[in-house]
Design a protein around this ligand. Structure first.
Ligand SMILES: [Zn+2]
Length: 271
């Protein structure tokens, strides 16, 4: 026995969180901040706010799944209708930088400044009580953890040190996994850093279904991360709909990341 089984609510075995990183063009704008962004990549990523996010929202509505959406502040400012719609449908909204800046690119004062600005923007757009942070590029620094605590946030969801919620750097961590991210399978942008040729969505979601089945088997947590401009494409969205139907049948607890973090905190768990 490697560990006592994690105690999920109502005796369910395993948990699942549907998360959406609503990046649109922001990662490319950050990476090309000292040069000129490529119009082709901006357009490809612009598919997210133009079309993809709306399709993802409809897929979740049809499946009856409430998710967690991490929105960069600049994206929110440029696409206020997206933020309002996410909130109106009852989803959680969380932090994802201002211009999708990985914390390693910023000193503490700048990280604090952009995170505060993003918090205010999401709040002003009706994002509700924002309690969570997801690091752009799933990287962190000690200073960034420190700032999350200073701002009174409840959790981070960027690290991969466990397969259930845990405590890290004084905050609750709801862990992610590259295997449950759509970017390694779908991200292909051409140019100097193209990513891999896209995988077939039907095969990708079969792999994700294996992860959910394993979470049910071992009593662990599966946090799925998709992106507006990738999983909003038609075949990927159709496959995501099939996956969510499978998740519902699996009997795992489907919850937002905020709910999972708050469940973990309520257990008085410190490990
Ligand atoms: Zn992102």
């Amino acid at each position: 026995m490697i560990a006592a089984p994690y105690a999920w609510p109502d005796g369910v075995r395993g948990a699942f969180a549907m998360t959406v990183d609503v990046d649109g063009p922001t990662p490319h704008l950050w990476k090309s901040r000292d040069g000129r962004p490529r119009p082709a990549e901006l357009e490809q990523r612009g598919y997210g706010p133009r079309r993809g996010i709306w399709r993802v929202l409809d897929v979740l509505a049809d499946a009856g799944v409430t998710g967690s959406f991490y929105v960069p502040g600049a994206y929110a400012q440029q696409n206020p209708a997206v933020v309002r719609e996410i909130a109106a449908r009852g989803h959680e909204i969380g932090l994802h930088g201002w211009m999708h800046e990985p914390p390693v690119d910023l000193d503490r004062a700048t990280f604090l400044d952009v995170t505060r600005r993003a918090l205010d923007t999401l709040h002003d757009l009706g994002g509700g009580r924002v309690t969570g942070y997801r690091s752009p590029s799933w990287d962190m620094t000690d200073a960034a953890f420190d700032v999350l605590l200073e701002l009174g946030l409840a959790y981070d969801s960027s690290m991969m040190g466990d397969d259930r919620p845990y405590r890290l750097a004084g905050i609750t961590e709801v862990p992610v996994s590259w295997a449950l991210d759509d970017a390694p399978f779908y991200r292909y942008v051409g140019g100097p850093d193209p990513g891999h040729p896209p995988h077939r969505p039907r095969e990708v979601v079969q792999r994700w279904a294996d992860e959910v089945d394993a979470a049910a088997r071992y009593g662990t947590l599966a946090v799925l991360t998709v992106h507006d401009w990738l999983s909003g494409r038609p075949a990927a969205a159709a496959a995501l709909a099939d996956l969510l139907a499978h998740v519902r049948e699996s009997g795992v607890w489907i919850a937002t990341v905020a709910e999972i973090a708050s469940w973990h905190d309520a257990q008085g768990a410190v490990a």
